[in-house]
Design a protein around this ligand. Structure first.
Ligand SMILES: NC(=O)c1ccc[n+]([C@@H]2O[C@H](COP(=O)([O-])OP(=O)(O)OC[C@H]3O[C@@H](n4cnc5c(N)ncnc54)[C@H](O)[C@@H]3O)[C@@H](O)[C@H]2O)c1
Length: 337
C-alpha cells in the first residue's frame, strides 16, 4: 500500500490557496506541481512555497504522469472539463463545490470515476466541520427527536461573482448540510431572488426545499447584506439546535424547547404545553474544517474508501441547485426533482 500521495493542484485563487496550504502541510502528501492560468497567482505561490514547481499551462500537467491525484479549485464553469480529463488519465480527483453546473456532466464524471475505479470527492466543507458533525450525531441518535424543519442564512457584503449567482456560490454548503441532516432528498424546490448589481446574476436568493414526508428547509443566501451570518437552525420534536459558525467558541446551542402533547385535557389549550428548558453548549473540537476535509481525501485514497462527500453527493446537491435555478427562472414556480 502507498504511504505517500502525489498531488497536483489546478487553480490557486482566493480559495485554492487555502487548499494548497492544507494539502502542502499533510505529511503523507507531496506536491510536484501547481497550475493556474493567472501569472500573478502562480508567482505568489512560487514565492510562498520555494521549490514547488508551477505552470500557467495545464497541458504541461496533462503531459506528465508523476502524480496520483488532482485538486481542482478553478471557477465552476471548467470543473467538469478539467475533472474529466484527469479522471480519464486515471487520477483521483477532488473538485471544489459545486461539482459541475450541468447535471449530465456530473453523471458523466461519476460514471468515469466508477469505471476508472478512482475517487471523486467534492469540497462540501461543512460535512467535515466538527460542529455540523456533532449535530448530525445528535440527529442520528434521536436526541433532537423527529426533525421538523431547518433554515439557514449565509449572507454578508462580500465577493460579488460575475458569472455564478449567489445561489450557486453559497447554497451548495447549505444544501449539502440539509441533505445530510434530513437524510433524504427533496421532492420539490421553490426559489425566488433578485439581481440588483449585475443583470441576470441574482445577489439574493430565497429557496425552500419540500421533502416527501412533509419536512421542509429554507435557505437564504446573499452577498448584499449588512450582516455576516453563517447560521443553521434545526427544529426537532424534542430539542432545537442552532449552529452559528460566526461564533468563535460557542458554535452550537441546543435548546431544550418544544411542545409537549399531554394525554389528559378538557380543553384544547391544555392538550399542548410549552417546554422551555435549559440551553446546552456542547464542546466542539477547534480544528479547521478544511484541514479535516483535505486529510479525509488523502485517507480515502490511502485506504481505498469512498469519501463522505463523493461524486454522488455532489450530484445530489447539483440536482437541487438545478431545480432551484429553474424555479428562479420561472419566478418562483415549484419545480419537482
Ligand atoms: N469550500 C468553500 O468554502 C469555498 C469558498 C470559496 C470558494 N470555493 C470554491 O472554490 C472554487 C474557486 O473559487 P475561488 O474563490 O478561489 O475563485 P478564484 O476566481 O479566486 O480562483 C480561481 C482560480 O482558478 C484559475 N483558473 C481558472 N481556469 C483555470 C484553468 N483552466 N487552468 C488553471 N487555472 C485556472 C484562475 O486563474 C483563478 O486563479 C470555486 O469552485 C468556488 O465555488 C469554495
Amino acid at each position: 500500500m502507498k504511504s505517500q500521495i502525489r498531488i497536483v493542484q489546478i487553480g490557486v485563487g482566493n480559495w485554492g490557496k487555502n487548499l494548497l496550504r492544507n494539502f502542502y502541510n499533510i505529511p503523507q502528501v507531496q506536491m510536484p506541481m501547481v497550475c493556474d492560468t493567472d501569472e500573478k497567482a502562480v508567482s505568489k505561490v512560487a514565492t510562498e512555497y520555494p521549490g514547488l514547481e508551477t505552470t500557467t499551462d495545464i497541458q504541461e500537467v496533462y503531459h506528465r504522469d508523476d502524480y496520483d491525484a488532482v485538486v481542482v479549485a478553478t471557477v465552476p464553469e471548467n470543473h467538469y472539463q478539467i475533472a474529466r480529463e484527469f479522471l480519464l488519465r486515471g487520477k483521483h480527483v477532488f473538485v471544489e463545490k459545486p461539482l459541475v453546473l450541468d447535471l449530465k456532466h456530473g453523471e458523466e464524471l461519476n460514471h468515469i470515476a466508477k469505471t476508472q475505479r478512482r475517487l471523486l470527492m467534492v469540497g462540501h466543507i461543512l460535512e467535515y466541520h466538527p460542529a455540523f458533525e456533532k449535530v448530525k450525531g445528535m440527529i442520528d441518535n434521536g436526541e433532537l427527536g423527529e426533525i421538523y424543519y431547518i433554515y439557514t442564512s449565509r449572507v454578508n457584503l462580500g465577493v460579488i461573482r460575475q458569472t455564478e449567482n449567489s445561489l450557486w456560490s453559497f447554497a451548495p454548503h447549505d444544501i449539502s448540510i440539509i441533505l445530510m441532516f434530513m437524510n433524504q432528498e427533496p421532492e420539490c424546490v421553490v426559489s425566488t431572488g433578485q439581481s440588483f448589481i449585475q443583470p441576470g446574476i441574482e445577489d439574493v436568493v430565497f429557496t425552500t426545499l419540500h421533502f416527501p414526508d412533509g419536512k421542509m428547509a429554507h435557505i437564504h443566501v446573499s452577498w448584499l447584506d449588512p450582516h455576516k451570518i453563517r447560521k443553521v437552525t434545526v427544529v426537532g420534536s424534542k430539542k432545537m439546535a442552532v449552529i452559528d459558525d460566526m461564533e468563535a467558541t460557542e458554535k452550537i446551542k441546543i435548546y431544550d424547547k418544544g411542545v409537549n402533547f399531554t394525554g389528559n385535557y378538557t380543553a384544547y389549550g391544555e392538550y399542548l404545553t410549552l417546554r422551555i428548558g435549559d440551553i446546552l453548549i456542547p464542546n466542539v473540537k477547534n480544528i479547521e474544517p478544511l484541514k479535516l476535509e483535505c486529510q479525509h481525501f488523502i485517507d480515502c485514497i490511502l485506504n481505498n474508501r469512498p469519501p463522505r462527500s463523493d461524486g454522488e453527493d455532489g450530484l445530489r446537491v447539483v440536482r437541487v441547485l438545478n431545480a432551484a435555478q429553474e424555479s428562479l427562472r420561472l419566478g418562483g414556480v415549484p419545480v419537482n426533482l
